[in-house]
Design a protein around this ligand. Sequence first.
Ligand SMILES: [Zn+2]
Ligand SMILES: [Zn+2]
Length: 282
Amino acid sequence: MDHPPAAALNTPSPGSRRLADAWHRIVARLSTDCPLCGGAARGARLCRGCADDLRLAWQAATPRRCLRCAMPAMDTAGRGCGCPLRHAAFVQAVAAFDYRPPADLLVLDLKNRLRLSRLRAVAALMSQAAREAGLCQDASRVLVPVPASRASLQRRGFNPAAELARAVSAELGWSCRGEWLARVRDGRKQSRLGREARRLAVLGAYACPVRIDGARVVLVDDVMTTGSTADSAARALVRAGAAEVVVLVAARAWSEMPVDGAGAAAGVIPPEGAVFWLGAGR
Ligand SMILES: [Zn+2]
Ligand SMILES: [Zn+2]
C-alpha cells in the first residue's frame, strides 16, 4: 500500500493551539463539584482527596505491576506476571485506575450515560499516571486514540477514546493524531467474549494509512481488558513505522486479585455478565 507522508496531514496551527491552551487554562480554574464525592473541585476534575484516594487504591491493590500489561507482578522490576501480553506490539501499558468502584463510575458515566463532563476528570487522572510512569520526559510523543466501531459510534455519537486523547493532549501538550489509525473491519461486540475470541475479533481490524517512521506513539483507550484491541491497534502502528507504542488507558479491568503473581494471567478475563464489567469491552 502506498502511504502519503505523515507531514502531509492537517495539523493544528500554532494560533489555534494557543487558543485551545488558553481556553483549557480558563476552564481548569472554574469551580465545579467533584464527580465522585460532590465536594469542591476545579475544572470538572476530582477533588484533591478523591484523586489521592484513587492513586492510593491503585497502589494498594497491588504494589507491583507488570510494565507490559499493568497486571500484578511478582517482582519490583515488573516481571513475572505470567504475562499474557508478553508478545504484544506495545512495550508498556499505563492505567490511571483499576476498573472497579468508585472510579469505574467515571467511565460508566462517560461511556454509558454520555456525560462528556467526565472527560476532564478522567484525562487529568490519565495524565497524572503518564507523568508517574515517566512518559512525559519525551515531549515528542504522539497521542493516537483507538478508533471506535461503527456500531458504538452510532450508539454514542462520539468515540470516548478520541475525546480522552484530545483532553490528555490539552493536559500534557503532546500532539494528537486521530488520523493515524483507522478501523478497517468491524468485529463482534467484545464485552461478552473470552480472551481468544476477543483476539480474533480484532485481528487485522486496524490500519495506519500513513508512514509514521520513528514515531513514539501513546495509544489511548478508555478501558483495557484483555489487551487484544490495544495489541491489534499497536501492530498497525508498528507496521507503519512507529518506533515505539505505549498504551495509556483510563481503567485496567481485571477480575480477581491473584494470590501470587503467577495467577495474574488467569484473573484477567471478566466473568460473564458481572456488573463490574459493564461498559468495558476491550
Ligand atoms: Zn471528591
Ligand atoms: Zn504482564
